[in-house]
Ligand binder design. Structure first.
Ligand SMILES: [Zn+2]
Length: 98
């Protein structure tokens, strides 16, 4: 019997209580549950990077200039909220997100 080919898990997990997001292989674990690898808080997920970025592009087009680049910069970084992420982004890049 031949095993079915392994398919890549394309889900994108993101923090419910923090700004972290990344590929599914980067999640941490707490009591057997997937969590943010930095702050160990709970995660939600979307099906794919394409879906994740499409949502970000819609949000940017809806009057939030610079949001996609800001979101991409945040990948793998954990901040407790978006204000903290925006401040760190401004310090790192000189770009202010309204
Ligand atoms: Zn976190």
């Amino acid at each position: 019997m031949k095993l079915a080919p392994k398919t890549a898990d394309r889900r994108i997990p993101y923090g419910l209580h923090c700004t972290w997001w990344d590929s599914i292989d980067k999640v941490g674990s707490r009591d057997g549950l997937p969590v943010c690898p930095h702050c160990r808080n709970v995660l939600l997920e979307v099906d794919s990077l394409e879906q994740w970025l499409a949502s970000a592009r819609r949000y940017e087009a809806d009057g939030h200039p610079g949001y996609v680049a800001f979101l991409e910069w945040q990948r793998g970084r954990c901040f407790p909220n978006f204000d903290a992420a925006k401040a760190a982004y401004a310090a790192a890049t000189g770009i202010t997100i309204p």
